[in-house]
Design a protein around this ligand. Structure first.
Ligand code: ADP
Ligand code: NI
Length: 224
């Protein structure tokens, strides 16, 4: 009986996780802040509405997907999964659910134009689509320049061409100007969406980026 009392409901686990992640990522300045997590969480719920997925897993994976990101921990890819495991264990989430969520976090990242990032569960496909929607469109553009500024990158350099990376190592070590990232990742995402809902949303956001780039180059040349 006493044990029953200490078990949290799924909703309580989600709420406590949201509060925890918000505290960890608030004020982050590279486009991986709490508002990114909130948008991905919302995107994931929108996508999941027309899929037969386990919403508890989708929501927790969306909330935890960027804690301990390798980009901010010297390339260490084990930190995020470790932090998520510790947190969910503390909340007494079942081991098999923790394993599914941790697998999603490990598989989620974009690893270069010439690589694949397959997801092993429907829940993972939904969270990856949700995260990638936030990487494109107007918000994607804003996040990309925020990241470039955070990393001291040039906005654009016509002498440095984009590269289609064939390995995660090559992708991760790039220090190219921010405009290159559109060709190295952002413009590739619409064709890599798993779900119908995300594909439709991606279409709009993709077009907006194309219009943006046209305007950018026209202004660069002083034509507009
Ligand atoms: P994923 O969630 O697929 O692993 P990342 O966390 O690597 O993606 O990147 C999330 C966002 O951070 C990108 O969509 C982009 O806005 C920004 N970003 C990451 N790497 C770069 C880069 N090399 N240049 C500019 N922006 C970047
Ligand atoms: Ni993310």
């Amino acid at each position: 009986m006493s044990n029953y009392k200490t078990m949290l409901t799924q909703q309580e686990i989600i709420d406590q996780t949201a509060t925890h992640v918000q505290a960890l990522l608030s004020g982050e300045g590279s486009g991986h802040d709490w508002w990114h997590i909130l948008r991905v969480w919302n995107n994931a719920k929108t996508i999941a509405a027309t899929e037969k997925a386990d919403l508890f897993i989708v929501e927790l994976a969306a909330l935890l997907h960027d804690i301990g990101d390798h980009k901010f921990h010297n390339g260490d890819e084990t930190i995020g999964p470790r932090m998520a495991t510790e947190w969910l264990t503390q909340l007494k989430v079942e081991d098999n659910i923790i394993a599914t969520i941790v697998a999603i976090i490990k598989e989620l990242s974009f690893k270069g134009a010439g690589t694949t990032s397959d997801m092993s569960s429907l829940e993972g496909c939904i969270v990856q689509d949700a995260d990638r929607l936030d990487a494109i469109g107007a918000i994607g553009i804003a996040r990309t320049f925020a990241y470039g500024g955070h990393k001291n990158r040039e906005i654009y350099n016509p002498h440095i061409s984009p590269e289609l990376h064939n390995s995660f190592e090559a992708y991760k070590s790039s220090t190219a100007p921010t405009i290159n990232h559109f060709y190295e990742k952002l413009l590739l995402l619409k064709d890599r969406m798993h779900t119908k809902t995300a594909r439709a949303l991606a279409e709009q956001r993709h077009k907006f980026m194309e219009v943006y780039l046209e305007q950018f180059y026209a202004e660069w040349e002083g034509k507009l």
